[in-house]
Design a protein around this ligand. Structure first.
Ligand code: BDR
Ligand code: CA
Length: 304
């Protein structure tokens, strides 16, 4: 079993990502940290707890992390695509569990340090917590086996023409994690961006299947029914974060290429853009996949 940590901001697709991790026998979910993103900090933690309870994993600790980006308060007042609660149209049973005490960043460090085997960290929200982890605990972070990030794009953005939401929400943090040489040894890092995630869609027939399955599947169907960010052509709802977890659970399910990433953290119209150089080799970037197969992989596990 590969030990896994997930840093997230649930978030409809974060919900799908958490459910996938809980349903995957290849990994052991050690803990979840939350960050302000799709909704504010307290709400993302509440949602993570409720999703874990739904999956029968109330034993997984949840820690609340950064409530604002490192430098610019750009998120404040952002009206997200995930509805007021963050989980779209889903009304989950309230878990009686509470987040663990203390901030998510030392929590992540403690989890990484105390794990007998090297940990994979999957980051599917703004990268604030991960940047702080790298800054405050560089030696611990260097022990990570792998970092898989849902964020950025080789091509067009989704929140602006240049920027993908998670990078746009904290470009300075994304710069530190994806571009800056901040670690004694660079953690093997994979960026899973919009180029793949916008093609990995839960289509109308998939949603019908989820609803018919009942349980967690039906709640995912409820959630996505109110997801504002459908695919550009109306063909379905992107599973963004679950695609990153799929790559962590089954390495190689995505077609990844060596690359170098720069993150625009200036204050012009390109703020939050990931500039991907496929001639570089510092990180890897997902450039393709058998997208329908990835969708099946994720949904089959969730309804099981
Ligand atoms: C990313 O932004 C968020 O809205 C989603 O949860 C995902 O992590 C996609 O751009
Ligand atoms: Ca997310």
């Amino acid at each position: 079993l590969r030990p896994l940590l997930i840093d997230c901001d649930p978030g409809i697709d974060d919900m799908v990502a958490l459910l996938l991790a809980c349903a995957s026998p290849e990994v052991e979910l050690l803990g979840v940290s939350t960050v302000a993103g799709n909704v504010g900090g307290e709400l993302t933690a509440r949602n993570a707890l409720d999703v874990l309870a739904l999956a029968g994993r109330s034993d997984v600790p949840v820690a609340v992390g950064a409530d604002r980006p490192l430098v610019v308060e750009g998120l404040r007042g952002h009206r997200g695509a995930h509805g007021d609660t963050g989980l779209g149209g889903a009304r989950l049973p309230r878990s009686p569990s509470r987040p663990v005490g203390g901030h998510a960043v030392p929590f992540l460090a403690e989890m990484i340090e105390s794990s007998e085997r090297p940990v994979t960290l999957v980051a599917v929200g703004p990268l604030t917590n991960v940047a702080l982890l790298f800054a405050l605990f560089p030696d611990v972070a260097a022990r990570l086996d792998r970092l898989v990030v849902m964020g950025g794009a080789v091509g067009r953005g989704n929140i602006t023409p240049a920027a993908e939401f998670n990078v746009w929400a904290d470009p300075e943090a994304a710069y530190r994690v994806l571009s800056a040489p901040g670690l004694p040894r660079r953690v093997p890092t994979t960026m899973v961006g919009l180029d793949v995630t916008l093609r990995t869609l839960i289509g109308p027939a998939d949603a019908d299947g989820l609803r018919a399955a009942g349980g967690a599947g039906a709640l995912v169907a409820d959630a996505i029914a109110e997801y504002v960010h459908g695919a550009p052509d109306g063909g379905g709802v992107p599973m963004h974060d679950a695609v990153a977890v799929a790559e962590a659970v089954r390495p190689g399910i995505l077609d990844c290429r060596p690359a170098r990433i720069d993150v625009d953290h200036g204050f012009g119209p390109e703020r939050g853009r990931t500039v991907v150089d496929l001639d570089g080799a510092e990180v890897s970037v997902a450039v393709g996949a058998d997208c329908p197969a990835v969708v099946r992989f994720v949904l089959d596990r969730i309804v099981r």
